[in-house]
Design a binder for this molecule. Structure first.
Ligand code: BGC
Length: 759
């Protein structure tokens, strides 16, 4: 009976437009609708809309519903199922003005981590991962995601390098656009779409020394040229939201930065959407030392146009008093409320507050049912995201008839496969490398498994990693002594034809706040690798990690190295596909791998200098490290295949380009090996002389092409004046006449070059 009543209430609410009970609303006209609604709102109701809360143990559900019904909350994050969110929307429908809630979450994806997705250089695959993430999230009642994260990262000490798409402005910008369009689909108001809110605005990846939450001090030219374009690309692609970064920029925290939020984002870029603070960021203005107390913090944030405060209560507490005293104006609050309501409008929630929550009778019996996953797609995208770094004597692919020793702490690590911020991902549903190889080998599996080493033998690091997860210990720790684990692995290796070692980081090591000073594989795992090497058996390293690791020694020891990052729910199957040659690897590095931490930053597109180091020449009085080879261990754009590709010399349609003209640069790419394969043909341009120093080269385009064994393809790139523009010292975006070098290659170093002149 009770159930029936509730159902009745639900149906009647769902079938009405939100404001049906108050004034008829011109739903088809957004601005009029929002203005009309705002006219009816009290100050408290307005301020309530600016509050974004985290659902957690500190917030009992009953209390939340009461607060929602009182109009005190605008949205939540961390509540991720329809049965969880429906009662909250019901509560919003009991509020005076029935303004719907929205439900936000980070990634609900079982796809490879963003750094891995970027390694695919495959915009279709990346788009597919975003579309599926959106569909899954929308089907679970979510309206908005705090993604994509497009912070350029050139310092892999920063743990959140894993969450971004690498070091390159052009590549990250392309992906930013693809991701936003994938999340928002036909529009953020579609039932199977979610709104994208690009983060972390801005420059979060450039925190000093790679220390999370730290300061960013950067010249305007570098910002405009290198770090800002990906956010801009996301906004140009229609991102409805922006999450504001936790760091300061040239002395002013982003959350209080009126230049960043108002002058740049709104006036210059024309952004009209929702700006959400990061977690507790308004309160942190006190810690930054730019606000004396909560009152000042709230004032600075609202003045900077931070619309919603994530998980702090300062707006609710302080805005009424600030308004009364005249320190802020009604328009400051109204602008924020208008943005929140506008975003809800754009999400389609005023038309139907239950658009994504659906009807109770349609709820999945089990939110986490395996049948709801998109395993086939996740497996394919994960295969495309792996980068083959080394393959001496065709050690890979492995023969399925070989006797294989599988060792290493990451061979059976379901939680780590998912990577950090895996949100609603379930470790129990992850296919580990052991599972994947066993699946590939079937009944006749001759796999010998030995753990070989723990993730780390450093108790302090172990303590840190386990602190990250409140539900269960993150890191499995085998209590047996290190030498016993190694002996067991060595025995397995000796009994096998080939050794596969799954080594690297646990996911918590490449996570928010997990900055590292040392990018080696943890020492106890390196001991294992040395012992395996000593057996003389062919050694394949399967790397799992969320950032480039310094693998100088391992590069020499290993016969083959496959960089798999954290490859998601289907990771184990996808890696097995590559290891056994059922898929021919095609990934390329979206970030340089440094030789050592001392070389950081090691990005490829560095600026020209007066005394450059020339490889092969004496280094004295040139810019170099005298104690090591200068340059990365593996360059940006690098990655091998099981087949070989050769590149012809480049043909350039002309040696001059005028301002309105076009140039065609082409190469013939030949698959000279025995297998069909895909590779990424990359176009770089260098502006030889300009009014200011310019990068030694910059990625300007790329194409991923499939070429059958023995066949060839001509790959064409069009170059226009737009590709030559840059921000000069006056921040004017323009191309300058003069000589340009064009390079085409299969990585950023090994290229064929031609030159032309811009007239
Ligand atoms: C992170 C954001 C994230 C937010 C909500 C913060 O700690 O910096 O990236 O979206 O938490 O989960």
């Amino acid at each position: 009976m009770k159930k029936l009543c509730l159902l009745g209430l639900f149906v009647s609410l769902a079938s009405h437009n939100v404001l049906a009970a108050t004034t008829p609303a011109p739903l088809e006209n957004k601005e009029a609708f929002v203005s009309n609604l705002m006219k009816q709102m009290t100050l408290d109701e307005k301020i309530g809309q600016l509050r974004l809360i985290s659902i957690g143990p500190e917030m009992p559900r009953e209390m939340i519903r009461k607060e929602i019904a009182a109009g005190n909350i605008g949205g939540t994050f961390n509540s991720i199922t329809r049965p969880e969110n429906r009662p909250m929307q019901d509560a919003a429908m009991r509020s005076r003005l029935k303004i719907p809630m929205f439900f936000a979450y980070d990634h609900r994806t079982i796809f490879p981590i963003p750094l891995a997705l970027a390694s695919s250089w495959d915009m279709d695959a990346i788009g597919l991962s975003g579309r599926i993430a959106a569909k899954e999230a929308a089907a679970d009642s979510l309206d908005i995601t705090f993604a994509p994260m497009v912070d350029i990262s050139r310092d892999p000490r920063w743990g959140r390098t894993s969450e971004g798409f690498g070091e390159d402005t052009y590549l990250v910008s392309r992906i930013a656009g693809v991701m936003v369009k994938a999340f928002q689909g036909t529009g953020a108001n579609a039932a199977d779409s979610i709104m994208a809110s690009v983060k972390h605005f801005a420059l979060y990846g450039a925190v000093e020394g790679g220390r999370d939450y730290n300061v960013v001090d950067m010249s305007p030219v570098k910002m405009y040229q290198d770090y800002l374009p990906p956010y801009r690309a996301a906004i140009d692609a229609g991102a409805g939201g922006v999450m504001v970064a936790l760091n300061s920029i040239n002395g002013v925290p982003a959350t209080a930065n009126t230049w960043l939020m108002n002058d740049l984002l709104r006036k210059e870029w024309g952004f009209k959407g929702l700006a959400v603070s990061d977690h507790g960021a308004i309160f942190e203005l006190i810690k930054h030392g730019v606000a004396a107390d909560g009152r000042e913090a709230a004032k600075l944030a609202i003045k900077a146009g931070i619309h919603m405060s994530m998980n702090d209560t300062l707006y609710g507490k302080e805005l009424p008093g600030l308004l009364k005293s005249g320190e802020i104006q009604q328009s400051d609050i109204d602008n924020a409320v208008r943005a929140v309501l506008g975003a809800k409008y754009d999400m389609g929630l005023f038309k139907d507050p239950y658009l994504r929550i659906g009807k109770a009778e349609d709820d999945p019996v089990d939110t986490y049912a395996d049948s709801r996953l998109h395993r086939a797609e996740a497996r394919d995208v994960a295969r495309r995201s792996q980068v083959l770094l080394k393959n001496r004597n065709d050690t890979l692919p492995l023969k399925k008839t070989a006797k294989i020793a599988l060792v290493g702490p990451l061979a059976k690590a379901p939680i780590d496969m998912m990577g950090s911020w895996a949100a609603a991902g379930r470790p129990a549903q992850s296919v580990t490398l052991f599972d994947g190889m066993t699946n590939a080998l079937g009944d006749k599996s001759t796999l010998i498994y030995a753990r070989g080493a723990n993730i780390t033998s450093d108790p302090k690091i172990l303590g840190y990693l386990n602190f990250l997860n409140f539900d269960a210990p993150e890191v499995v720790d085998d209590p047996r002594p290190a030498n016993v684990l190694i002996d067991e692995a060595v025995k397995a290796a000796k009994d096998a034809d080939v050794v596969v070692a799954a080594v690297g980081e646990s996911r918590g090591m490449s996570h928010e706040s997990s900055s590292r000073t040392d990018l080696n594989i943890p020492e106890n795992q390196r001991e294992l690798i040395r012992a395996l090497k000593a057996t003389g058996k062919p050694l394949v390293l399967v790397l799992m990690n969320g950032r480039p690791l310094t693998i100088l020694e391992e590069k020499e020891q290993a016969d083959a190295i496959l960089e798999t990052w954290f490859s998601g729910t289907e990771g184990g199957n996808a890696i097995a596909d590559v290891l056994f040659g059922d898929y021919n690897p095609s990934g390329k590095l979206p970030i340089s791998i440094p030789r050592s931490v001392g070389q950081i930053p090691t990005y490829y597109n560095h600026l020209t200098i007066g005394r450059p180091f020339t490889p092969g020449k004496p280094g004295n009085y040139t810019s170099q490290y005298f104690d090591d080879t200068t340059g990365p261990l593996y360059p940006f754009g690098y990655g091998l295949s099981y087949t070989e590709f050769s590149l012809s010399d480049m043909a350039l349609s002309s040696t001059t380009l005028n301002k309105t003209g076009k140039l065609d640069a082409s190469v013939t790419v030949k698959n000279t090996g025995k297998r069909d394969g895909e590779t990424v043909v990359q176009l770089y341009i260098q502006d030889e002389t300009g009014s200011m120093i310019r990068p030694i080269k910059e990625l300007k385009n790329f194409q991923k092409v499939m070429i059958k064994a023995g066949e060839q393809k001509v790959v064409h790139f069009t170059i226009t004046e737009d590709d030559l523009k840059f921000y000069n010292t006056q921040l004017k975006y323009a191309a300058e006449p003069g000589k340009f070098n064009v390079q085409i290659g299969l990585d950023s170093e090994d290229v064929t070059q031609q030159s032309f002149e811009l007239l």
